[in-house]
Ligand binder design. Structure first.
Ligand code: NAD
Length: 262
C-alpha cells in the first residue's frame, strides 16, 4: 500500500465528491496530497490523512478559485514550495448548469469553460516542466461521459468536457516518449452534490419523490441503473499511476454503466 510513497498528488476540487474519493485512494497508496476546493476543509483533510496514516503522508491545502488564472499560479507555487513538485496532477474541479443554448446565461458559460476546461490547461502547463525534468508524471483529467457524447441542455458542460478530452490527447502525445502520461476518466452518473442538485430539480419539476427522480435519471442514460462511486473512480486513478499504466497514453476511459456503449 505504498506504491506512491514519496510522490505528491494535487487534486483540484477535492473537498467533495469525486475529487475527495480520488485523493483518498491516492493517499492510501502513500502519496502526499494537496487538497483544493471550497467549503469545509477540515473534514476532508482528516479523511485523507486517515487514509494515508500507515504511510505517514502529509496533506496540504490551497483554496485557489479555479476560474482565476492568478489563483492557479499561486496554488502551483505553493505546491512546489511545500512539496518540491507535483508528481500527480488530477484536474477534477467542475461545475454544471442546465439550460437550452438560447437561454444559457453567458456568465455561466464563461464560468464552466474556465473551471471545467481552462483551469486544466493552466495547472498542466505549470506542472509539466518539473514532471519532464524528473521523467515521471501522471496527469489525470476528470472529464465525463459528456466528453464523449452530448445531452440536451448541457452545452457548456459538454463543450468543456469534449475540450478536456482533446487537451488530454495532445498532452499525452507531446510527452509520449517520456515517463509523463496524461489520461482522462469519463464517469457516468456519480451521486455527488453536483448530481443531487439535478435529482432534486427533477423531483421538484415533476412533483415526484427523490427515489423516483433518481430511478428516472439513471433510466434515461445509464443501462446498469447504478451510480459509479468516487471509490471506484479513485481506484482507476490509482491504476493510471501504476507501472502497469506506463504506456497508457491519451485514453478517455469511461466508467459509465454502459452509457456510451448505446
Ligand atoms: P462536487 O460538486 O461534489 O465537487 C466539486 C468540487 O469542485 C468541490 O470540491 C468544489 O468545492 C470544487 N469547486 C467548484 N468550483 C470550484 C472553483 N471555482 N475552484 C476550485 N474548486 C471548485 O462535484 P463532483 O460530482 O464530485 O464533480 C467532480 C468532477 O467530476 C467535475 O469535473 C464533474 O464535471 C465531474 N463529473 C461528475 C459526474 C457526476 O455524476 N457527479 C459525472 C461525470 C463527471
Amino acid at each position: 500500500m505504498s506504491m506512491l510513497k514519496g510522490k505528491t498528488a494535487l487534486v483540484t476540487g477535492s473537498t467533495s465528491g469525486i475529487g475527495l474519493g480520488i485523493a483518498i485512494a491516492l493517499a492510501r497508496q502513500g502519496a502526499n496530497i494537496v487538497l483544493n476546493g471550497f467549503g469545509d476543509v477540515e473534514a476532508p483533510r482528516a479523511q485523507v490523512l486517515d487514509a494515508g496514516k500507515a504511510a505517514g503522508i502529509e496533506v496540504g491545502y490551497h483554496g485557489a478559485d479555479m476560474s482565476k488564472t492568478a489563483d492557479i499560479e499561486a496554488m502551483m507555487k505553493y505546491a512546489a514550495a511545500e512539496f518540491g513538485r507535483v508528481d500527480i496532477l488530477v484536474n477534477n474541479a467542475g461545475i454544471q448548469h442546465v439550460a437550452k443554448v438560447q437561454d444559457f446565461p453567458v456568465e455561466k458559460w464563461d464560468a464552466i469553460l474556465a473551471i471545467n476546461l481552462s483551469s486544466a490547461f493552466h495547472t498542466t502547463r505549470l506542472a509539466l516542466p518539473a514532471m519532464q525534468q524528473a521523467n515521471w508524471g501522471r496527469i489525470i483529467n476528470v472529464a465525463s461521459v459528456h466528453g464523449l457524447v452530448g445531452s440536451a441542455e448541457k452545452s457548456a458542460y459538454v463543450a468543456a468536457k469534449h475540450g478536456i478530452v482533446g487537451l488530454t490527447k495532445v498532452t499525452a502525445l507531446e510527452n509520449a516518449t517520456t515517463g509523463v502520461t496524461c489520461n482522462a476518466i469519463c464517469p457516468g452518473w456519480v451521486l455527488t452534490p453536483l448530481v443531487q442538485k439535478q435529482v432534486d430539480a427533477k423531483a421538484a419539476a415533476q412533483g415526484i419523490s427523490n427515489e423516483d427522480a433518481t430511478k428516472q435519471l439513471l433510466g434515461e442514460k445509464e443501462p446498469s441503473m447504478q451510480f459509479t462511486t468516487p471509490e471506484e473512480l479513485g481506484e482507476l486513478a490509482v491504476f493510471f499511476c501504476s507501472a502497469a499504466a506506463n504506456n497508457v497514453r491519451g485514453v478517455a476511459w469511461n466508467m459509465d454503466g454502459g452509457w456510451a456503449a448505446q
